[in-house]
Design a protein around this ligand. Sequence first.
Ligand SMILES: Cc1cc2nc3c(=O)[nH]c(=O)nc-3n(C[C@H](O)[C@H](O)[C@H](O)COP(=O)(O)OP(=O)(O)OC[C@H]3O[C@@H](n4cnc5c(N)ncnc54)[C@H](O)[C@@H]3O)c2cc1C
Length: 364
Amino acid sequence: MSKQTLAPIVIGSGITGASIAMMKPNVKLYDKARNPGGRVSTKTTKDNQIRFDFGATMFRDKMEIHWFGKVSEYNLFEIWNTNGISIATKPIYDLNHHYPIDGMDTLVSGMLKNHTPIQSMTLKSISQRENNDWSLSFFSNTKNQTESIYTSQLVLTLPIPQIIDLFQNSEPNPQFEKWIRFLEPYNDYRKTLVSLFSWNDWKPDLNAFGLEGNSDIPISTRLQRGDDWEYESWEHIKYPSPSNKGANLLVQFSALFSEMHFDSWMDVEKKPTPFYEEMLKNVVQEKWLAPPPDQIWNHRWKFAQAQMPLLGREGALKLDSEEFQEWISLCKETGIMILGDWLFGAKIERVIGGVHFLIHNQIL
Ligand SMILES: Cc1cc2nc3c(=O)[nH]c(=O)nc-3n(C[C@H](O)[C@H](O)[C@H](O)COP(=O)(O)OP(=O)(O)OC[C@H]3O[C@@H](n4cnc5c(N)ncnc54)[C@H](O)[C@@H]3O)c2cc1C
């Protein structure tokens, strides 16, 4: 089945795709996953309605852009306001960090607003037609069939390794070769292993550990860079539920730990394999004086966060660079735009602010 579309096509309904759709409602979004969100993902368990974020867990409201020698400040709440989007959030950790009260994934659904992405569609290959349009070959996981769509404007928001796979599975094309060469220095992602521990009837004494779960701006997270248990977040403080009398701890493990334990981390049901179950129970007992958890749920992100973003990892997005000019030229020359956290940096506010800037300046 083939069809032609005049709308620009964006592959990926993560935070990058949703930011584009928020500001350019005429685009069409396709994504291979069942639900939008990508690395901004929230899980709510069916039985006891426990909610937790297993990708990004919070965002900053401010970001800066350095362009033509000038630094401009952007605020996410203002960007949402301008686009008629309202997302109920609460501060966490300090005055600059926030999370949506119904889960991080509502950032994406909120920005998509009335836009319905076409999910469960995996882009398998791309070829160029005689008129230079792109022919996209998708596999529909729901219909179990291949579908082709033609477009003249293509935007890819997948992590770089998945883009390279896509190009390599496609008919050879010099445009793909140019992109592969250009993307190489930025193709560096850290892996992240994640565990969610849940207790039905036990809660930690957070104050005894220097945290403040009950203050106006709760301090319910602990970041210890370089520690195996690098980031810990008591998610029942973020998402209290009347049916949950216990506690949930979300842990993100360090890059080194995640690299070492990636392959054998979990079984098909996302339970830790017996070796890790024992290890996790012992460590959570040591660290938080916790009884054995009633459940442990594991997850792993192969391309969790881009490490060498073109516009910088922290501080203002550096748009005065030669690399950024080369990126603009390559987008024009190849007729494909590629963007995501490898361009802006792996932070939600950098992506949303960056997309806002590109659209505002007619670059995207
Ligand atoms: C564990 C973890 C913790 C993090 N913590 C934070 C945090 O606290 N704060 C913060 O600001 N940032 C955080 N980040 C980073 C942030 O989540 C990412 O930088 C951001 O979500 C990237 O969004 P994206 O849209 O560029 O990519 P993605 O979210 O990866 O979206 C790409 C989309 O493309 C789809 N896709 C892939 N291949 C195909 C294909 N062939 N066909 C169709 N669709 C395809 C995927 O399904 C996905 O939905 C964290 C990330 C992780 C993993």
